[in-house]
Design a protein. Structure first.
Length: 314
C-alpha cells in the first residue's frame, strides 16, 4: 500500500533533525534505523539555534522501523547516512520505493551520487543535497540543533520540464556547484584536523597555516586549470576565493572537531574515500598534498611519517 509519508533512512544526528523538520512542515514521517530504536516520539532541542523568545524544545510523533519491517510503498525518501553506507541503505529499502519516487540524499562528499543514480529506475529522480546545519544526537530519540545553516537539494541529472522537489523552498539549480564548494572545505579541514588531532580553528594557527594554504592553493589550481569532471561548477574557486571560504568556516567552527577527527579518534570508518579519495581519483597525480592527506587518513601505519613530511615540505 502506498503512503504519502516521507521515509527518512538513517537515525543519526542529521536524520533525527530532518525527521523533526519534516514533522514541523506537517508531513508524516517514517524513520528507518539500523541499531537502536528511537521509538515513536522524538525530542528536538533548538536552544542554541532558535531565535530569542521562540520555543526551544519540541516533541514529534513518528513511526520508526528497521528496513526489514517496512510494509508500505514510498514516493519520497531522504537518506541521511554516511556516504559509504548509502548504497547498502538504498538496497535495504529499494523494494518499498515507487517507480517514480523522489530519492534525496544528504551525505558528505562526491562519487556516491553517480553510483546510486545507476541503480535507480528510469522514472525515479535523484536529488543530491548538502547542508551546513549542525546537529548532535543526544540519545536514540533526542537531537540537539547545534548550529544554524543552509540546506539545498538539486536534481543530480538536470532535465527540461522536470517536476519540482517535494520541498520546493530547498531546491536550487546549481547543486553541483554547492557540492563542490562543500567538498573543497571538507577536503582541507577534515583530514588536517583528523590526522593532527586538532580543532577546526587550529588550521589557521602558525603551526598549520602553511599546510592549510598550500593544500588549498593546490586544490584551487586543480579546480580552475584541470580536466576535473565538474570543472564548469568549480572554475570560480581560485586561490583567494577558496582560502577565504575555508578560513571563514574554520573560524566560525574554531572550537569544533570535524567528523573525520572524531571518526579517527574513535577508530570508526571515515568518509575519506568520498572526500580526498574522490579528488585524488580525479586528479591524475596533480594533487600530491591531497594524496598525502588521503593516505595519512587511510593508512594508520604511515600516518606519523606523512604528518612530519607534510609539515616539513610546505
Amino acid at each position: 500500500m502506498k503512503t504519502t509519508s516521507w521515509l527518512v533512512v538513517g537515525a543519526g544526528a542529521i536524520g533525527l533533525l530532518w525527521t523533526c523538520k519534516l514533522k514541523k512542515l506537517n508531513f508524516n514521517v517514517h524513520l528507518v534505523y539500523r541499531n537502536q530504536s528511537p521509538g515513536n516520539l522524538l525530542s528536538l532541542d533548538e536552544s542554541l539555534a532558535s531565535e530569542e523568545n521562540s520555543p526551544t524544545f519540541s516533541e514529534h510523533k513518528i513511526k520508526s522501523f528497521q528496513a526489514s519491517q517496512l510494509n508500505k510503498s514510498y514516493d519520497k525518501v531522504l537518506f541521511c547516512t554516511k556516504a559509504y553506507d548509502l548504497l547498502d541503505a538504498y538496497q535495504s529499502v529499494q523494494a518499498h520505493l515507487t517507480k517514480d519516487a523522489d530519492i534525496a540524499c544528504l551525505c558528505n562528499g562526491l562519487g556516491f551520487q553517480e553510483r546510486l543514480q545507476q541503480k535507480l529506475q528510469k522514472n525515479q529522480t535523484l536529488w543530491a543535497g548538502t547542508t551546513s546545519e549542525g546537529a548532535l544526537k543526544i540519545a536514540p530519540n533526542k537531537v540537539k540543533h547545534t548550529g544554524l545553516g543552509d540546506t539545498y537539494f538539486g536534481r543530480w541529472c538536470p532535465t527540461k520540464n522536470a517536476k519540482p522537489f517535494p520541498l520546493p523552498s530547498f531546491e536550487v539549480a546549481n547543486i553541483h556547484q554547492r557540492l563542490v564548494e562543500k567538498l573543497a572545505i571538507n577536503a582541507i579541514i577534515n583530514p588536517i584536523t583528523a590526522i593532527y588531532g586538532i580543532q577546526n580553528g587550529d588550521i589557521l594557527s602558525p603551526d598549520y597555516e602553511h599546510l592549510f594554504k598550500n593544500a588549498t592553493r593546490e586544490l584551487a589550481h586543480f579546480f580552475t586549470q584541470s580536466d576535473f569532471s565538474l570543472l564548469e561548477h568549480s572554475q570560480h574557486l581560485n586561490s583567494d576565493n577558496l582560502i577565504n571560504r575555508i578560513s571563514t568556516v574554520a573560524q566560525l567552527t574554531r572550537l569544533n572537531r570535524s567528523s573525520m577527527h572524531e571518526d579517527l579518534r574513535l577508530k570508526r570508518q571515515t568518509e575519506n574515500e568520498f572526500i580526498s579519495g574522490y579528488l585524488v581519483s580525479q586528479s591524475k597525480n596533480s594533487l600530491p598534498i591531497q594524496a598525502a592527506l588521503h593516505q595519512a587518513v587511510a593508512k594508520p601505519e604511515q600516518r606519523e611519517e606523512i604528518k612530519k613530511k607534510l609539515l616539513n615540505t610546505v
